[in-house]
Design a protein around this ligand. Structure first.
Ligand code: ATP
Length: 331
């Protein structure tokens, strides 16, 4: 039996997770769902943004589906961004973001973003300068282990999913120590995968080619900040954030979430598009080796989109839960 932790979170999180649960339960009637809390509402209820109980609950489950966690206003005491903290605590070093349209032709790439290091280690400080002004400093750190394992993850993923090419995205011409080390590690790891082609691009050029020539990308491996930006950019090619899924994966634990945030502007209106969360659930099932079940979700979504049975952001007329019912009908 599959045990899946659910963290609905804030804003549209509960709506898109509940819609996705309808699909999961229809597909796997004996699935065990464990509801856990995190985020802004959780802090109001319990005084904590990410209770230990939630972290432990995710560790005990086979995997986890997360809705969205709203950021606290700047200066909120005791606040640290919840999702990056969860990635650190569970050592989920790989962020997997597939970019592919649900129907029709278009790009078909997978961005593998390093998820625990780089500029997002959260080490920021303010320094007083001699002239009385201040400088605002953020540290950017890559470790040998961190670089090696994300590059290995990208090549292994490419090999196991019949991909042909892995592109390393960096800025080693300017950031010679940090990005230079990332580029070098990529080259070393690639030696062990002689059947896969390799390519490299500076991040600024990659940002342009994602728009002008997306077909040149297959699997992309890059650092935390670049991967964050490029994957949202690429999501724009295939219907926007409402359709973009992601996985946070480590050696032992994992959680899957839509790329979008809590979307407070549309929360509670019943109009959020749950497709990204459903596709994240399909990724979760694949990660549990339930490829057939995942493909059933993808096929049902494709049929709904082909029949234009979709939510308002995609030009349809269905609400969040009505869309979920339409997907369930097509399973
Ligand atoms: P957060 O601070 O949690 O990141 P945000 O509003 O800044 O929230 P997103 O939640 O990613 O960022 O939303 C960006 C825009 O995309 C918003 O206008 C939102 O309404 C829209 N959006 C996000 N998710 C969805 C969705 N599932 N369905 C429809 N529109 C969405």
């Amino acid at each position: 039996m599959m045990r899946i932790a659910l963290v609905e979170g804030d804003g549209v999180g509960p709506e898109v997770v509940q819609a996705t649960v309808k699909v999961l339960v229809a597909l796997v009637p004996d699935i065990e769902l464990i509801e856990l809390k995190a985020g802004l509402q959780c802090n109001k209820d319990t005084g904590q943004f990410l209770p230990d109980e939630t972290v432990n609950g995710i560790m005990e489950a086979d995997s986890c589906l997360l809705g969205a966690v709203q950021s606290a206003p700047a200066g909120t005491p005791g606040y640290r961004p919840v999702v990056p903290m969860l990635r650190q605590k569970l050592d989920l070093y790989a962020n997997l973001r597939p970019v592919k349209p649900i129907v029709g032709d278009g790009p078909d790439m997978v961005i593998v973003r390093e998820n625990t290091e780089g500029l997002y280690v959260g080490e920021e400080r303010v320094e007083e300068l001699e002239d009385g002004t201040k400088a605002y400093v953020a540290e950017r750190r890559y470790s040998d282990l961190g670089m090696k394992r994300i590059c290995r993850f990208a090549f292994t993923y490419a090999r196991d999913n019949a991909r042909k090419k892995v592109t390393c995205v960096h800025k080693a011409n300017v950031m010679q120590v940090t990005d230079g080390a990332f580029r070098k590690t990529f080259g070393e790891v690639s030696q062990r995968f002689p059947k896969l082609r390799t390519d490299e691009l500076f991040v600024d050029a990659a940002a342009m080619f994602i728009i002008t020539d997306p077909a040149r990308f297959d699997v992309v491996v890059t650092t935390n900040l670049y991967g964050d930006i490029l994957s949202d950019e690429a999501a724009g090619l295939v219907g926007g954030l409402g359709l973009a899924p992601s996985g946070n994966i480590g050696e032992v634990h994992s959680f899957f979430e839509p790329v979008h945030g809590s979307a407070p502007d549309i929360a509670g209106k019943g109009i959020a598009n749950p497709t990204a969360t459903m596709l994240s659930a399909a990724m979760m099932l694949k990660h549990q080796d339930k490829v057939g079940l995942a493909e059933q979700i993808e096929a049902a979504l494709r049929e709904c989109y082909a029949a234009k049975e979709v939510t308002k952001d995609q030009g349809g007329s269905l609400g969040t839960q009505e869309f979920a019912d339409a997907v369930v009908k097509r399973l």
